[in-house]
Design a protein around this ligand. Sequence first.
Ligand SMILES: [Zn+2]
Length: 230
Amino acid sequence: MKTVRENKVSVNILQRFIWSNRCRLCAKVIPVNDTLCEDCKPDKIRIPESFFATKVYSAKTFDKSTSPFFYKSPVREGIHNLKYREFKRSAEYLAKEMIDVIERDFRDEEPDFITCVPMSKRRKKQKSYNQCDYLIRHIGKAFGMKTASDLIIKIKDTPTQVNLKHNERLTNLKGAFTVNKKYDIKGKTVLLCDDVITTGSTLSECSKALKKAGASRVICVTAAVNHNDN
Ligand SMILES: [Zn+2]
């Protein structure tokens, strides 16, 4: 049996572990006031402002897109930690960076809703959270925008896009999404969010569903751009 004193000690150790400050990307313990560790230097993979002016996604149905980073280390690790380990501090960091590029690139836009790419019912059963929900909560709050995480519904369970070519990705997702009828998005602008954009086929398919339901504009923001696969 443990004494009260001993119990207190173990609680303190536990609290120290839970509350210790961690690098927002690689999750390593860092000094209290720091945001990133010495090894995580994302400035090297920051996307220049000019990139999106020339970037073309074939078969895209959304109007504009932006993102702060290329999908490379250390942002890649940050996204993995958020996606697979529910490391929320990574969402906070990435969302802040996404907010900065939204302010820069979507200056003339006034979105009515912010939403994200949904998971299928089957995936929801395996994984209790959608990492993009954490991103849109921060972004929506920063802009005072209506956050509608259930605006898009995934009605078709599709295999992962990872190893598919661009055309295969489009076919794989065809008709996979629909808009939740509880929302009236006629004539509205939707800010659509995802963690990574590769060929743009997922965001295009979601955007197609939004426009079919009457949205006038769909603008997209992602935490990173996977440029090598394009
Ligand atoms: Zn780090």
